[in-house]
Design a protein around this ligand. Sequence first.
Ligand code: GDP
Ligand code: MG
Length: 754
Amino acid sequence: MITIALAGNPNCGKTTLFNALTGATAHVGNWPGVTVDKREGVCKKGEQPVNIVDLPGIYSLSPYTPEEVIARNFILDSRPDCVINIVDSTNLERNLYLTTQLMEMDVPVVVALNMTDELDRRGDKIDAKLLEERLGLPVLRISALSGYGIKDLINRTIATAKRPRKGISVLAGTTISDAVSQVAERMKDDVSSPVFHAIKLIEGDSVERDVHKRSAAFADKLLAGVNDPTFGSDIEALVANARYDYITKNYSPALTRKSGDGVKLTKSDKIDRILTNKWAGIPIFAAILFAIFHLTFSEDLLFLGAIIAPFGEWCATITEEFPVLSIFFSGGLNSPGVMLFNALDLLTSTIGEGIATGLESAGAAEWAIGLVGDGILGGLFAVLSFLPQILLLFFFFSILEDSGYMARVAFILDRIFRRLGLSGRAFMPMIMGFGCSIPAMVNTRTLADEKERTATIRVIPFFSCGAKLPILTAMAGGMIGAFGLGEVADLIVTLMYLLGMVTAFIAIIAMRSTTMRGEITPFIMELPDYRAPGMKSTMLHLWDKAKHFIQKAFTIILASTIVIWFFSHFTWNWQFVPDENMDTSILASLGMLVQPIFTPLGFGAQLGPIGWVFAVGAVTGLIAKENVIATFGTLASAVVTGFTADEALEGVDAVEALISATDISGAACVAFIMFNMLTIPCFAAVAAAKAEVPKGKFKWTLLFWIASSYIAAAAIYTVGEFIWPVAIWAVVIAVATAGIIWFNKNNEKELKTA
Ligand code: GDP
Ligand code: MG
């Protein structure tokens, strides 16, 4: 059976075509050694059954990404009988860039012009006959989506597969064309696709040069005589430019755009003029981020509180009368996120009270009421109560992503990222980190440079994930309550997110200029047209997230809270400890043991008698980040003595009680948030990092997380707590340093003059 490979740019419709061709026979696996999807199947739609292999989506055949290397090695080594080059005909020129490289290989190629339905809709036309003549390859119009032209495509491909083809190059007429033909001539007896290999050697392709050392030396000798007036010795740029020139001159005439002039601004282009504007782009992005956090966390929506204030008394009485109304306003108008939060809170506390009262009237033992009320419900509800806000945040992020805006953000940030030593590609995994670190770490596979990849994986947890959100929200709410700060929850949360991002960038700069130095590969990225996000797929996505979160709450987090409850309510010799004596519990003694570690961060030994809860929270967070707040929920009702189980404290109230009871300072609270945000992420993310970073780098990655969280938290605490001494010392050190430099300079001068 003959084998046909599908090659094309990302998003050109390869997978759609693959599915249309192979139907139910498809088999998805991995390419050996890497975790890029490999899809294989049999197509029975043509005159004879054929094997189909879906190659990864690529823009070129350079060796910069695993996808590119896989695609070219498959064609060169596995020798498919024919390659179908799928071309997105709405983006003809850019897609043909890959075609000019496939042409160089000794393999039959058929060009499938896909998305012709979209092309027709736009009123643009492609002259397939003319293109076929100019390319010297069969060209067919198809629509993978509707199935149009697929049967013809497969039959034409079968016919073409029978005729061997020699590689040809579009670089004739450039300053290097001579070198290309000489190197190809020299290699033609040893390898197949000599033209392809010759061009790669001349371009300085690192992988090729390692394999064909002697031909590479030969190429270097020829190139020594070449000095292009425009590109000098930058042959890679010269080749890329020559390809585009050739495409514009020879292939573009096959395309007629409806407007005739070829540069019509689409609606997307017009929007992009504003959103990707050099100056406005980043402020707009920051404003959008704040708006999202405002809609999710603010208790003073649109800052209407000031307008509502005159009716404050009326609001207070009416909410007293109808507690349900407190869902909608507490001070100011609540944001949708807070409304959902309050509604769920009302529900869970009613359930919790009902169960506790039921147990009490049934005459259950004190420890049983405590276990159910604090241990199980307290921890569980503390975590679940954040689900609405997490989902809302995901909802906004997935709209940004599906609409095509996130791709623009990557584009605007590319300029800044380059300064930091990263390519714009690194942005996507970072943004994904706001959802969950695990898929984000996997997504770094799009980064070509291994060191860039390792550095990115390390900072991904600094982009605070959904599971860390409860820590942020509950701590922010608790701080507001305990220190009387006013309605600034959205501001605190935004600032903490930003602080995490800033730390990530500082760490990136530090790594990329020391242990993780490396090249930044060229960044080619397409900006897809803006689209209205599909509500159905967004909802499916959200449901998936909710399911995952709830599953986690009822398994790992439930188990941990029960264990924590037992440890906090029993002594080493297995005596039950009532709430007010919790200091004598197993957990307390363990907590006090590790507590001193956190003293420099502000939540260690300096806290009041039950201050060890923060140390315990930080440690349990290593299993799953939701545990931090679940732990607080389980322990808090014990903090204020005399509390009965039916008044169990959760989430924000729990943190507020703990802050007041331990006398922890504001700076230490922020340090606590930062520590949890930056330190070793949850078990699952650690496993993902272990799988993704190169061998030997994993233990350093763990150390990196411990060190950066500890240093950042200690710095925040020290600066926040001792702002005056720090400032004075900073001035003293600055003056002393300046003095030493000045002294040295003077000395040097004296030495020179002497
Ligand atoms: P891949 O990245 O190359 O595998 O591309 P996909 O097969 O995932 O397709 C990318 C997008 O293009 C999907 O939203 C498809 O539904 C859409 N698509 C694929 N083929 C066609 C087509 O012929 N016409 C139109 N209008 N859309 C298509
Ligand atoms: Mg695909």
